[in-house]
Structures are given as structure tokens and as C-alpha cells.
Write a protein that binds this ligand. Structure first.
Ligand code: ZN
Ligand code: FE
Length: 241
């Protein structure tokens, strides 16, 4: 069973510390800053088996080589982006399985934000590491991919169990809520969720991980039923103030 704990890094990023409860094996996802990640690993016992990367952006990979050197952890990332990721000990692609102790993650190719973006799903614990593809109440900008690719990626997430924990790469929920309320003003589930988020942020608390059930009820990007709707939402959000 995987337990996921967020590690706040940089301005508004989260790295995720994963621990397989049975074996004590640990992994860190997207360790883009060294000191807070080292502090979190050391507080959890000072061992690190794996570094899982979702995509090549600096705010997700920057600390990788230093963390690898310190703990001797193996680095896992997308084969398609191996040329622009830190040196990978294991290159993965759609359907690859990554073992962490007694738990196994399935790799999904989830393009849209970047071409080679991947996500990791641990069925044991219902933990989804989705980087910058799905955010709470939002989705990643289409920097390299198309709306069709992003739609397909989001449809795959939507099919996961409702109790899935969405462990994404940024604390964007509160600002995403403003656009979501604008795009879907009649959604009472969204109104209640946005209010909860506002209170959490006012108290200095993270809003993540979120529950996939809440995203299915409230996230306009995940709720978009076709590519054209998603494309329209994404372009409106890009210029939303
Ligand atoms: Zn990114
Ligand atoms: Fe990012």
C-alpha cells in the first residue's frame, strides 16, 4: 500500500514522497529542489529507492542528479524524452510497470502539457502522480501537445476509481477555482469545493492531494465531454484574469 506525502518546493510546486508501507521502500516524484526534499526523505528514514519523473521541465527535474548522488536512488522517466531528462536508469513508456517494494505503478503516457509527459498510477493506495497534466480544478497548459491529446489523457484519468488521490505538481487550486466558477457558475459541488479550498489556503494548508471524485464533479477540464469543449476552455483560461 502506497502512502503519498507532499513536499512543498520552489514557489508553488509539490514533490511527492511515496512510501510502500509493507517494505518501507520510498520514492520521490519530481524533486526539483534539493534541501526540502532531503529534509523530507531524512525525516522518513533517510533511504530513497526511486526517483520518478513526470516530464522534463526544470521545476520538476532540477534536483534529480543531486538527490540521486546523495541516496543512490534509481531514476525513472519517459523513454520518449530521455534526451531532455536527467540520465535515466530506467526508461519507461505506456504500460510499463514500476515496482516500489510490494506495490506497482502503471505508467500512462499522458501528453498535452508536454509531448513526453507520463503519469504513474499505484492501484494499491489509489495514488495518481500526474505532474502538470491534471491539476485540481484545472489542467496543464498545452505547451507542446494538442487539445485532442490532453482530452485523451484526461479521459484516462476520469476512468480511474473515484477514490483516487490526485497528486499533481502545483498548488494552483485557488486560482483555478476562479476560472472554474466563471466557466461553470451553476455547479453547486464546485461552489462548495471552492469555498473549502479558500479556507484551506487562508489557513496556509495545501489543497492536495484532491479526490478524483471531487475533480469529476467540479473540474471543468475533466468534465469536458469532447475535444472542442476542452480546447475552448483551455484557450479561455489562458487569457483569463
Ligand atoms: Zn511543466
Ligand atoms: Fe510545472
Amino acid at each position: 500500500m502506497i502512502k503519498a506525502t507532499l513536499v512543498p518546493i520552489l514557489q508553488d510546486n509539490y514533490a511527492w514522497l511515496l512510501r510502500d508501507e509493507e517494505s518501507g521502500c520510498t520514492a520521490i516524484v519530481d524533486p526539483a529542489e534539493v534541501d526540502p526534499v532531503v529534509a523530507a526523505i531524512d525525516a522518513a528514514g533517510g533511504k530513497l529507492d526511486l526517483i520518478l519523473l513526470t516530464h522534463h521541465h526544470g521545476d520538476h527535474i532540477a534536483g534529480t542528479d543531486a538527490i540521486r548522488a546523495r541516496y543512490g536512488a534509481k531514476v525513472v522517466g519517459a523513454k520518449a524524452d530521455a534526451h531532455r531528462l536527467p540520465k535515466l536508469d530506467r526508461e519507461v513508456s505506456e504500460g510499463s510497470e514500476v515496482d516500489l517494494g510490494a506495490s506497482t505503478a502503471r505508467v500512462f503516457e499522458t501528453p498535452g502539457h508536454t509531448r513526453g509527459h507520463i503519469s504513474y498510477y499505484f492501484a494499491d493506495g489509489h495514488v495518481l502522480l500526474c505532474g502538470d497534466t491534471l491539476f485540481s480544478l484545472g489542467c496543464g497548459r498545452l505547451l507542446e501537445g494538442t487539445a485532442a491529446e490532453m482530452h485523451k489523457s484526461l479521459v484516462r484519468f476520469a476512468a480511474l476509481p473515484a477514490e483516487t488521490l490526485v497528486c499533481c505538481g502545483h498548488e494552483y487550486t485557488e486560482s483555478n477555482a476562479r476560472f472554474a466558477l466563471h466557466a461553470d457558475p451553476g455547479n453547486t459541488d464546485l461552489q462548495a469545493y471552492a469555498e473549502r479550498v479558500k479556507q484551506q489556503r487562508a489557513a496556509g494548508l495545501p489543497t492536495l492531494p484532491s479526490l478524483l471524485a471531487d475533480e469529476l464533479a467540479c473540474n471543468p477540464f475533466l468534465r469536458a465531454t469532447d475535444v472542442a469543449t476542452l480546447a475552448d476552455l483551455r484557450s479561455r483560461k489562458d487569457s483569463f484574469r
